[in-house]
Design a protein around this ligand. Structure first.
Ligand SMILES: [Zn+2]
Length: 60
């Protein structure tokens, strides 16, 4: 196995990690009540999904 001859500097390590960030979770708005909700999930505030499907809102 090849080994690195020199240890990379902290600056070089930190420069590499400038691209290293979390991506925001996807979000969409409920067409029924307009509140923000996760995509492909029933709306937590009104319990609607795909128009008229009714589920119990489990988060208040
Ligand atoms: Zn809603």
């Amino acid at each position: 196995m090849a080994l690195p001859k020199r240890r990379h500097s902290k600056t070089r390590r930190d420069k590499r990690r400038t691209h290293w960030k979390l991506s925001k979770p996807g979000s969409s708005t409920c067409p029924h009540c307009g509140n923000p909700k996760l995509p492909h999930r029933a709306c937590p505030s009104c319990g609607y999904y795909k128009g008229a499907e009714i589920t119990t809102p489990w988060v208040k």
